[in-house]
Design a protein around this ligand. Sequence first.
Ligand code: HPA
Length: 260
Amino acid sequence: MNYALIGGTGVEKLVLKKTKQHRVDTPYGNVSLDIGEIGMSEVVFLKRHGTGHTYPPHRINYRANIWALKTMGVKKILATGAVGSIVDELTIGDIVLVDQFLDFTKNRPLTFYEGGDRGVLHIDVTEPYCPVLRNNITEGAVRAGIKVKNGGVYVCTEGPRFETPAEIKMFRLLGGHLVGMTGVPEVVLARELGMCYATIALVTNQAAGINHEPLTHAEVIASMNLLSNTVAALVESTCKLMDLDQRCYCATGNKETGLF
Ligand code: HPA
């Protein structure tokens, strides 16, 4: 089991062939996964918000989810996420492979390493999103005829509320391009367990205050529905490349603890 797809808002319905359900017990709780086929390979599919969008961003059990994927033997995680655009250059329907994040979350468990027996780990996140996996997705996009932008700064907010226009203005001044609620700590936890991780950010709306209309979740879902076939094709094309080695830093970033 090499690849996992973490489906965010609106990608829950993405269909894999020959799906079977699987439950994994983790030290943080149980996780339900779907296992299916893409091309010749088995892929794990995890609904980030649970079945039927049950968990809001700040209540998602990120540690259980990432631990479960590690238990399944996953090496590479493709994570989709709905985002609002902070900048003029990115508009609804754009697909971005982000390469940096700004963390504005407030109240989420951030690490597997809480001291005690497991110790303390100061994981390196100079390149939080695996550059090799991002290149693979870019290659997958070219083969599938899909336009993606490689690079962008993802701002993660705590949610579940949308942002104020003043916050969006601040994020723009700080260098942010996109804003979402679920990318952190997911990306960090994947690195802590030695898995490659890339976010496929799907622009569903202009961020708060940009077009002076109130934001709605329905608008986000509607944009995602328009993008879902494209995302499915992108994921399929990327997984079919079957680039299974980890020739990057991701697998060894946690070697100081010697645990995984
Ligand atoms: N802000 C935060 N999260 C989001 C947005 C947004 O504008 N759009 C989709 N997810």
